[in-house]
Design a binder for this molecule. Structure first.
Ligand SMILES: NC(=O)C1=CN([C@@H]2O[C@H](COP(=O)(O)OP(=O)(O)OC[C@H]3O[C@@H](n4cnc5c(N)ncnc54)[C@H](OP(=O)(O)O)[C@@H]3O)[C@@H](O)[C@H]2O)C=CC1
Ligand SMILES: O=C(O)C1=N[C@H](C(=O)O)C[C@H](O)C1
Length: 266
């Protein structure tokens, strides 16, 4: 069966890569694009894609749904729009595959409840790169033995959310198994606000933003006389594409929301 896919965010860094991935996949058909700006009738009009990419662009998800009937909506947009897109897609019976980061815990809970109640599959993956998923799982396991942890995530300087979705997911996986404890000296004082990073359940998260970077993370686990560093680097956005394709296939089998690629890989 061919999976009919729509995409939101096709003009973006991830979106452009995902358009090519879906167009090349024999089991998928890119049927439509959701945008919020007048950028032309089809992807070909945007000049970002070959003239053969005559995929229609819509500004309204309900119209896109009724005219092109996608099975799946891939969202690679912005923290500002992603919740609304995901909620609307679920209401229209379209399965969301979401790479966009920046959800609150409440939004995730609410979408998860809606998805389960209506039996519609949904995947929200803060990181589609298999190496990043392994980094998170290894950090989760190591935290049992080395519970003093600082996360340093490093991204390109156009990123809108901080900390990254990957850092948040890493911290939440670790927090599920680690006893809450505040790290560092109980009397430590920041002479410049933010010097010690963000506090997630006692763990510290530091966000670096620099031109030249793509997506990188180190999890530092300190013990008496030792340091374990678990590091992952995405050097290009091709690193995320096998996870996007896997999620589009898997979401067709789901009747609930899955948060994190680690829950769908064998
Ligand atoms: N899960 C994963 O593995 C990965 C996730 N990401 C996440 O994916 C998201 C996109 O990243 P990236 O591609 O780098 O960002 P970009 O800014 O390059 O792309 C986002 C695109 O979405 C468009 N957009 C914004 N709002 C809407 C909307 N309401 N409807 C349709 N299109 C919209 C933007 O248009 P305009 O610029 O005109 O506003 C832009 O073209 C981010 O949240 C990022 O964190 C990134 C890499 C990997
Ligand atoms: O904005 C990005 O680029 C990325 N965002 C995701 C995140 O917030 O973790 C995934 C990856 O790190 C790239």
């Amino acid at each position: 069966m061919t999976i009919k896919v729509a995409i939101a965010g096709a003009r973006g860094r991830m979106g452009q890569e995902a358009v090519h991935t879906i167009m090349k996949d024999q089991n998928m058909e890119l049927v439509s694009v959701l945008d919020y700006k007048e950028i032309g009738e089809t992807l070909a009009d945007t000049k970002l894609f070959p003239q053969t990419f005559t995929v229609p662009i819509f500004m309204d998800l309900t119209e896109l749904s009724s005219k092109t009937k996608p099975d799946v909506l891939v969202d690679l947009t912005s923290p500002e729009s992603v919740y609304q897109h995901t909620r609307e897609a679920l209401e229209l019976g379209i399965r969301p595959v979401v790479g966009t980061t920046g959800f609150s815990d409440e939004e995730l809970k609410e979408l998860s409840a809606y998805s389960a109640e209506h039996g519609i599959g949904c995947i929200i993956a803060p990181n589609f790169a298999i190496g990043a998923v392994l980094m998170m799982k290894f950090a989760e396991q190591a935290a049992k033995y080395l519970p003093d942890i600082e996360i340093i995530e490093m991204h390109h300087d156009q990123k809108l959310d901080a900390p990254s979705g990957t850092a948040m997911k890493t911290a939440s996986l670790i927090a599920d198994h680690r006893k809450t404890h505040n790290q560092g000296h109980p009397k430590e004082k920041e002479t410049i606000a933010g010097a010690r990073g963000a506090n997630y359940d006692g763990m510290r998260i530091h966000s670096v933003r620099l031109p030249g970077l793509v997506a990188h993370q180190q999890v530092l686990l300190g013990g008496d006389g030792q340091l374990l560093t678990i590091r992952h680097d995405s050097f290009n956005r091709g690193s995320f594409m096998s996870g996007v394709a896997l999620s589009i296939n898997k979401v067709m089998e789901l009747e609930n929301l899955v948060y994190g690629l680690e829950n769908i890989i064998d």
